[in-house]
Design a protein around this ligand. Structure first.
Ligand SMILES: *Cc1c(COP(=O)(O)O)cnc(C)c1O
Length: 234
């Protein structure tokens, strides 16, 4: 995709973010755009960076390892947004600033240990991915386990547990996904109350439903196709 149409897409997305934030009595500047660049080449990431994007999301460790060379040194934050298997945790801990899809304690423990061994002074940011829709067979921690999991992860020295994330089911009509976004915010509020953890980040909303997510409290939206166009499967 040419840099020009990417810029146009980005401008439109920003306008829509601002408008959705205003509808909710919020400010668009509070909302972080995470550009999900899975299947896109490094050139697309570079073009988005040049257009002002500073957060990028990838869903597979291996894909990111293979293509990060030309962009690894950009002053951007790299997020893993896809499911992470424990056996890839050590690699992921060295490749990303944030794991947005952590869903169990064993995985968090491995990330913590890997970060300790790297002697990194910066903590690895973590979000707990929540299995917010019982009917969908998606990954994520079960709702009932989130309070305990959050407390346990918060005790790990090299991690910064910043909040919650979800990938609800896809609906043609984005209004139908609203209850799931609301449920994630309410879960965050209740976990925060019972554990005393701040958990300021809510990562929810994708290309077709990010406005609803923002109206329900999203602080980060993960946007792929609306920014980069169709995915470039090989
Ligand atoms: C691919 C992906 C996105 C972006 O999806 P789009 O519909 O292209 O915006 C967001 N979050 C996760 C976890 C993804 O895997």
């Amino acid at each position: 995709m040419a840099g020009e149409s990417l810029r146009e897409n980005l401008d439109k997305i920003k306008e829509r973010i601002d408008a959705a934030a205003r509808r909710a009595g919020r400010n668009g500047r509070e909302i972080t755009l995470v550009a999900v660049s899975k299947t896109q080449p490094a050139e697309a990431i570079l073009a988005a960076f040049e257009a002002g994007v500073r957060h990028f999301g990838e869903n597979r460790v291996q894909e990111w390892e293979g293509k990060r060379g030309p962009v690894a040194n950009l002053a951007a934050q790299w997020h893993l947004v896809g499911h992470l298997q424990s056996n890839k945790a050590a690699r992921a801990a060295g490749l990303f600033h944030s794991i947005d899809s952590a869903d169990d304690f064993k995985l968090a423990g491995r990330l913590n240990r890997a970060r300790a061994e790297m002697n990194s002074r910066e903590k690895l940011r973590l979000l707990i991915e929540v299995h917010i829709a019982e009917e969908a067979t998606k990954s994520g921690a079960e709702i009932a386990q989130v309070p305990q999991l959050a407390e346990a992860i918060a005790g790990l020295e090299h991690l910064n547990l910043a909040g919650l994330m979800c990938v609800p089911p896809y609906f043609e009509n984005p209004e139908e996904v609203r209850p799931y976004f609301r449920a994630l915010r309410e879960l965050r509020d209740s976990v925060s109350r019972t554990t005393g953890l701040a958990l300021p980040v809510l990562s929810m909303g994708m290309s077709h439903d990010f406005e609803v997510a923002i109206e329900e409290g999203a602080t980060e939206v993960r946007i792929g196709t609306a920014l980069f166009g169709a995915r470039q499967w090989k």
